[in-house]
Write a protein that binds this ligand. Structure first.
Ligand code: SF4
Length: 376
């Protein structure tokens, strides 16, 4: 997929290209590094229990069918409606990605800032975030790769831009499947996502309909660009209802990467502004409750009320249970792999700098400090 020049340019940015056909890539997430240095993990640790130091951020397709204005991808990144490259074997992608992740983290072995136990644990990848760049879902053998991840005990978070409804419909179980909803109406979606498909709006709507049929955990993510798409909460709510997702993440746009060439810094909302917009959604989302926030990532999260039991929230994932369920071959659902959310991670007014996660190792904490270099 990529030319020699493109590979070199990406490697300079600390990406590593995986596979003979050069359509997959790995890059260590800033939160993974932070966690190894004892600076705390990402918002998905706080909301769902992802151990950031054991997370691998990657994609199976550097190409995408959108040219989103807020994306950190450069203008030169490949775009296409269809897959038109050779296809790497799923096993080769899994092995290659794990190898590259390990190599990229090797430097922490002699780094005095690294917590030894966290570095050692990072060698066992427990989670994969299929997002990074491009549109991972168009990799033609995604279901086989998901099976390999499930069998390896690696949970899967897959993010899609909702332009491939058939692939969403046909997808095998994913630990948590995300759809990005970037605008509340058709005209604005075109302006913000700059899609290649003419029927981009129909594709989004069909994708949401398929999302609603999924039995495993689902999330709709809104990325708020100040002064652009922070409008029409009732229209966002209609799309959210169609997708019937378990979680709604409302997250501020981050002024990073190539998006800086397209958007002004003033498009990046403050955390308080993200919270304020999220609150305008509340009256339309009767089935949901805002349960947590993460200030460094400028994100708040709503969960379906079914995740709240008499003794508190159950938004965390029981990963060993998911591994069993996903490899047994029987039907299973979200309710079967919920885990209690540590009490100190619930609430949208958390003030402490580092919050220790109950019951986890000493170095596991959620960061309440961060910088804008973090992409997610
Ligand atoms: S932000 Fe995403 S890629 Fe980074 S550690 Fe968290 S889940 Fe993994």
């Amino acid at each position: 997929m990529l030319t020699d020049g493109a590979v070199k340019a990406l490697e300079k940015q600390q990406y590593r290209i995986v596979g003979d056909h050069r359509h997959s890539a790995v890059k260590v997430c800033g939160w993974t590094k932070n966690m190894i240095k004892g600076l705390g993990g990402c918002y998905k640790l706080k909301f769902y229990g992802i151990m950031s130091h054991q997370c691998m951020q990657m994609t199976t397709s550097i190409s995408c069918a959108n040219r989103c204005s807020f994306c950190w991808r450069g203008y030169k990144a490949p775009v296409s409606k269809e897959w038109k490259w050779g296809v790497d074997e799923p096993q080769a992608i899994l092995d290659g990605a794990l190898l590259q992740q390990e190599k990229l983290l090797n430097g922490f072995g002699g780094n005095p800032k690294a917590i030894v136990a966290a570095y050692k644990a990072s060698k066992t990848v427990k989670h994969v975030a299929l997002s990074l760049t491009g549109e991972p879902i168009i990799y033609p053998r995604m279901n086989e790769l998901l099976k390999l991840f499930n069998e390896a005990g690696i949970s899967t978070f897959l993010v899609t831009n909702a332009q491939y409804p058939d692939q969403i419909r046909d997808l095998n179980p994913v630990t948590q499947l995300y759809i990005s909803v970037d605008a509340p109406n058709k005209e604005l979606l075109k302006e913000i996502d700059v899609p290649l498909f003419d029927d981009y709006w129909e594709r989004l709507n069909q994708s949401l309909e398929h999302l609603a049929q999924k039995k495993q955990r689902t999330t709709i993510r809104l990325t708020m660009i100040k002064g652009m798409n922070d409008i029409e909460p009732e229209n966002y709510a209609a799309l959210i209802k169609k997708g019937d997702a378990d979680f709604i993440e409302v997250k501020g746009y981050m002024h990073v990467g190539a998006s800086q060439e397209r958007l002004n810094r003033s498009c990046m909302p403050l955390h308080e502004e993200v919270v304020a917009f999220a609150k305008t959604l509340e009256p339309y989302l009767q089935d949901y409750e805002m349960f947590s926030e993460h200030k460094p990532s400028r994100v708040v999260c709503f969960a379906k009320k079914k995740f709240k039991k008499d003794d508190g929230w159950y938004t965390w994932i029981d990963f060993p249970r998911y591994e069993e369920l996903s490899t047994e071959g029987n039907d299973f659902s979200t309710d079967e792999y919920m885990k209690k959310t540590p009490k100190n991670l619930v609430g949208i007014q958390t003030e402490s700098v580092l919050e220790k996660v109950e019951g986890e190792e000493e170095f596991v904490s959620v960061s309440e400090v961060g910088d804008e270099e973090q992409l997610e």
